[in-house]
Design a protein. Structure first.
Length: 246
């Protein structure tokens, strides 16, 4: 594993306990319904869709989608995150597969999945264009990519903390953790890109069709700045379809 990925995995290993508690709180809150509504908007018709949740973390998207009856596989680079995802799914009686796997190199045959979903992952990737290519490889012709992300590369997390409410979930992070996150982020080429315009251009060059960017999703999800889950970085939903028929 290259050095930057070791740093990334180590950082998220250190955050896995608190991150899991936060995801459980989110699953128990109105946020679960809000996110599920946004996911359902982009899902193709059909029951039991094969869905890959890339960078699943502690399995938030995987749990939501598996509860709908879809066949969900969640992957993450960090073993500690995958263990937490398995535990959360088990405690909620949800059937989903979770595997430790590099998001930039998903180890699945070509055309395995109907849908690929991701939340707050692309901005952490050392080789995001390569990742997009690999995600499309394992997506079936006509399959859908739903990527929820933000232009986090423009943010300074240590400064951002001052604008958050006293009970915000990120208040649990230490100054050291915030500084480490900023340090990793600033090493990544995607942090210098203009997003989501950069993502759209990459996917267009990879042959995607029916691309759509929803820049208002953050207003629907994070309507209240007093919410402990409030995200001050405007997120977007990037939807694209792999050329071909399902």
């Amino acid at each position: 594993m290259e050095e930057i990925k070791k740093e990334i995995s180590s950082y998220w290993t250190g955050r896995s306990e608190d991150f899991a508690r936060l995801r459980e709180e989110e699953l128990n809150s109105e946020m679960a319904g809000l996110w599920l509504k946004e996911l359902e908007k982009g899902l193709p018709e059909g029951e039991g869709l094969r869905i890959l949740d890339v960078g699943t973390g502690c399995g938030f998207f995987s749990v939501l989608l598996a509860k709908l009856g879809h066949q969900v596989t969640g992957i993450d680079l960090t073993p500690a995150m995958i263990e937490k995802a398995k535990q959360i799914a088990r405690e909620r009686g949800v059937e989903a597969d979770f595997e430790v796997m590099d998001a930039e190199h998903p180890d699945f045959p070509e055309g395995t999945f109907d849908v690929i979903v991701s939340r707050n992952l692309t901005w952490t990737l050392p080789h995001p264009a390569e990742a997009y290519g690999e995600w499309l490889r394992v997506l079936k012709p006509g399959g859908v990519l739903l990527n929820f992300d933000g232009d986090y590369g423009k943010e300074e997390f240590t400064e951002e903390m001052e604008s958050l409410s006293a009970d915000h979930a990120h208040r649990r992070l230490s100054c050291g953790q915030l500084e480490e996150c900023d340090k990793i982020k600033d090493q990544l080429s995607i942090s210098a890109m203009r997003r989501p315009a950069w993502d759209v251009e990459v996917l267009k060059n990879l042959g995607c069709v029916d691309m759509n960017v929803d820049s208002e999703v953050y207003r629907r999800i994070y309507a209240s700045e007093d919410s402990p889950f409030y995200n001050p970085t405007p997120i977007f939903r990037l939807q694209a379809r792999k050329a071909g028929e399902r």
